[in-house]
Design a binder for this molecule. Structure first.
Ligand code: CP
Length: 313
């Protein structure tokens, strides 16, 4: 397993908790630099490098923005977008798959349905491993692009008031987001969810020393105080019982009327995909920045691939 050496950037991106505030700021600065970098210069960064993209779970944004980032940096991509076409289908273990990719690739980007799979992969190989989402646990690269989006919009992260609404139990993006926001100063978080989908207690315990946290079931209550409303999908695929999903699937639907109740300048973010939690009419409002947020996945993932120890020449 690769570990973080003093004064160096990380070698694996498994959990947002592995990042210091300085590491996060470095990623955001590098992403801004890469957005302006001339194409020819960018193409040399991963010249001759092969990056494996292993997706054991469905993805549109994370996989394709990583693959775009790799190609923008002059690297080449191997991998699969569906575990069903890999030897996982024949019973191959994750450890064996990673052991093999260790021989083929210079770094591994992996999404897996098992919590802790990325940590396990990082223990098997010395090549950098990037967690592109592990079950309901974490999605650290999503969080970095979320922070990049907030920084672009507000010029800061410290001092923001953020309402996080939806499936806070199973939503891995909001778990990583809580840990990341706790690295900044004076951030207030309103957690809005049905009783059955509350933020796990251990995450609240881990972050409440730094974040000012308020929990509610009411979507609109704190919107007049909110800078960022971060909406999430109810994660149907993680429910053990579909009846329970049916009870909460329409818990929060953000319409133009809901957005109008927000603080002046409030921005609406969502990691996407959405199902029905934001109506399409909201897309045309000034608050809606979720498509820009998804676009920010490319420079942020370029930044991570550029900074990671052990990928570059
Ligand atoms: N935000 C996100 O992880 O989207 P995908 O599942 O499409 O990658």
């Amino acid at each position: 397993m690769s570990t973080k050496k003093p004064g160096k950037f990380l070698t694996d991106i498994v959990s947002i908790s592995d990042f210091s505030k300085k590491d996060i700021e470095l990623v955001l600065e590098k992403a801004a630099e890469l957005e302006k970098m001339p194409w020819q210069k960018k193409q040399k960064i991963l010249d001759g490098k092969v990056i494996a993209s292993l997706f054991f779970e469905p993805s549109t944004r994370t996989r394709l923005s990583f693959e775009t980032a790799i190609q923008n940096l002059g690297g080449r991509v191997i991998g699969f977008a569906d575990a069903g076409v890999s030897s996982y289908k024949k019973g191959e273990t994750l450890s064996d798959t990673i052991n093999i990719l260790d021989k083929y690739a210079d770094a591994i980007v992996m999404r897996h349905f098992i919590e802790g799979a990325a940590r396990r992969a990082a223990e098997v190989t010395n090549k950098p491993v990037i967690n592109a989402g592990d079950g309901a646990n974490q999605h650290p690269t999503q969080t970095l692009l979320d922070l990049y989006t907030m920084k672009k919009e507000f010029g800061k992260i410290s001092g923001l008031t953020i309402s996080i609404a939806g499936d806070l139990k199973y939503g891995r993006t909001v778990h990583s987001l809580m840990y990341a926001l706790a690295k900044f100063d004076n951030v207030k978080v309103y957690l809005i969810s049905p009783e059955s989908l509350k933020m796990p207690e251990h995450i609240i315990e881990d972050t409440k020393g730094k974040l000012k946290i308020f929990e509610t079931t009411k979507l609109e209550k704190y919107l007049p105080k909110t800078d960022v409303l971060y909406s999430t999908r109810i994660q149907k695929e993680r429910f053990p019982d579909e009846v329970e999903y049916e009870k909460v699937k329409n818990a929060y639907i953000i319409t133009t009327k809901v957005v109008a109740k927000g603080k002046k300048g409030m921005k609406l973010m969502h990691p996407l995909p959405r199902v029905n939690e934001i109506t399409t009419a909201v897309d045309k409002t000034d608050s809606a920045i979720y498509f820009e947020q998804a676009a920010n996945g490319v420079p942020v993932r370029e930044a991570l691939l550029t900074l990671l120890n052990g990928v570059k020449k």
